[in-house]
Ligand binder design. Structure first.
Ligand SMILES: [Zn+2]
Ligand SMILES: [Zn+2]
Length: 322
């Protein structure tokens, strides 16, 4: 580059992107994944009982009793309480056992070999920023290198070893840009739907059945679950996700537009006597502050967005615990 102004701008932009990329990469690697809190672990007496009971209904009964006061809404495919044999705990919603870490990880997304760490509740925001900044970094390099890359092929560069650096740099940056953009795009979609990678492959099962959008609260709230309420922290790898990682707001929304309009809260109970609509219980602290700017999402019939979209039965309600 000949122009001094161009040099200064490029150097500053380069180092800013580089610093943000390293910072978020560092945080993704070194933030320990969070494990379920003590209340999800079985007591000594409960463990003894479990060992004595044969697998099956009696086993489930012990777990059901232990899970009575826990904020869990998801079940296994067969409708049983989710239990980890390895960690001897009742799995919180969205928690999965990672076979690499050999631990239960809160809101586990996936185990990432690129960061040699589990991506989950504690570092998912950092992981997203790492993808975003590394993509910007690669795009910046590819864009600034492009004119010299073209000159390489038109023999416009001085004939030194350095011209090969220009070529390899462009190829590396362009290739990483392509793979990062697809991964980043995929995770943007996941965030907008409030899904983890695992949940995108296997939908969470609630008491009433499988619901692939069971945790989705709408685009804006889904974003804020990961990035937090304060805009100033959105682009910094500083922890600002909402909630405690153990419990998540769930909503049971009947989004079938084919159904005739029915008064909220009546339809599913009427159709299936076993599937009661329980009265909305008070939200836990971690859940309630996610929802502060809306009236209440149990007030389904006056949700303006759903009304506009013509949803017939927007029965938003907390799922009941067993
Ligand atoms: Zn486990
Ligand atoms: Zn892991």
């Amino acid at each position: 580059m000949e122009n001094i102004g161009e040099q200064v701008v490029c150097l500053m932009a380069y180092h800013l992107l580089f610093a943000m990329f390293i910072w978020s990469y560092w945080k993704t690697i070194f933030t320990l994944p969070m494990n379920p809190s003590k209340e999800f672990h079985l007591s000594y007496a409960e463990k003894e009982l479990l060992e004595r009971e044969p697998r099956g209904e009696a086993h489930q009964e012990v777990l059901r009793r232990a899970a009575r006061d826990l904020p869990i809404y998801t079940r296994t495919m067969s409708g049983a309480i989710r239990y980890c044999d390895r960690c001897q705990l009742i799995k919180p919603d969205r928690c999965h056992h990672c076979s690499v870490c050999d631990k239960c990880i809160l809101k586990m997304d996936h185990h990432c070999p690129w960061v040699n760490n589990c991506v989950g509740f504690s570092n998912y925001k950092f992981f997203l920023l790492f993808l975003a900044y590394s993509l910007l970094y690669c795009l910046f390099i590819a864009a600034t290198d492009l004119q010299y890359f073209i000159r390489f092929w038109t023999n416009g560069l001085p004939d030194t070893q350095a011209k090969f650096h220009i070529m390899f740099l462009f190829f590396a940056a362009a290739m990483f840009s392509v793979s990062l953009s697809s991964l980043f795009g995929y995770h943007c979609w996941l965030v907008s739907k409030n899904k983890s990678t695992l949940e995108a492959f296997r939908s969470p099962v609630f008491r009433h059945g499988t619901d692939k959008n069971g945790f989705s609260l709408g685009f804006s709230k889904n974003m804020r679950q990961v990035f937090g309420d304060e805009k100033k922290y959105w682009f910094l790898p500083v922890f600002s996700s909402l909630g405690d990682g153990c419990s998540f707001p769930t909503c049971l929304v009947n989004q079938d537009p084919e159904q005739p309009p029915t008064p909220a809260g009546l339809s599913s109970a009427a159709k299936n006597p076993e599937n009661h609509q329980f009265p909305a219980k008070p939200l836990r602290e971690s859940q309630s502050h996610l929802l502060t700017d809306s009236q209440s999402w149990t007030e389904s019939s006056i949700n303006p967005e759903k009304g506009k979209a013509g949803m017939s039965n927007p029965a938003l309600t907390m799922e009941n615990e067993t």
